[in-house]
Design a protein. Sequence first.
Length: 352
Amino acid sequence: MTCRLALRHALALVLAAGLALPAAAQDKVKLRMTTIVPEGTYLFTAFSKRFVEHAARLTGGKVEITAYPPGVLAPPFEVYKAVEDGRADMGHAPPALIYQRDPTMALFSSFPGGLGIEATMHWLYQGDGLKLLAAHHRERLGLHPLVAGVATTEIFAHAHKPIRTAEDLKGLKFRTLGMWADLLRGFGAEPVATPTSEVASALERNVIDATKMAGPADNVQMGLQKLAKYVMVPGAHLPGGYFTVFLKASAWDALPADQRSGLELAARLTSFDSYLEKGKMDIDAMAELRKGANEVVALDPGFIEQIKQAGRAWAKTKAAAEKAKGNPWTERVADSVFAFQDKWDANRDYRM
């Protein structure tokens, strides 16, 4: 059985399992979900809206979720806080959104030099990933998470000059956010926290020299290829990531078993749907980039390894600091991710 046929078979089983869920006698549950991405964007449609639709179908209409764009129930960077204080029943965002509050959150999703998205999905669904994610969120945040929406590898940068090695980063005004900003400083670059809505203008006016944004399809849609000649790949700074839907653990536990099963299936199907859809969109976008006036530049393998080692060093430093404060989770998750990555890399030679 080919990988594609196997995936179709797995998705058919998921749908069959969901449609076979017994009807519940309980009244319909209505939940308000706050998100991090604007309404009408690809991520809102492919992640949030898709999860809502799958949830309604796979719970037999017993769970009705309304997804709200940022600014309605809460600002984008308060998604977690809004669920914790009751402004929203559910949240939908990448774990790394609150990595400064708990560095463990950066390691759950994608981080510089971390797992690629295929390996991430294997770690989540066949390794320790989902179990660690759930246990950590319950203990540290009082939340229950579901992985719902998978993002592909980002483009490393759109820039006005080629970037191949760490040396090429020195003095560069590089628009980025999160953990990658911390590492860029170590490479001699100047991270700039430009809001998403201002990135294109800043790149066009040379206010910034380079920007990371998202995957090929998203960046082409924004028109970044028209504003800077050079396109650097692969996205070693963010090999792939995912969003989680989360609600208070007590609220999750109060749901009937059939509704919890339906939501779990809805989340998993959202992830597989978005993974396949985004992968196809990115291939088409890269083909368009290569036909145009841009020059696609490959990062030096040695530089990719430097990013990987810098990411691990960051994780180990944070893990030691968190452990000293009584939080063992950063070390626990880092050990699991790195062990899985090492096994994956050591045995990847059989794969096409």
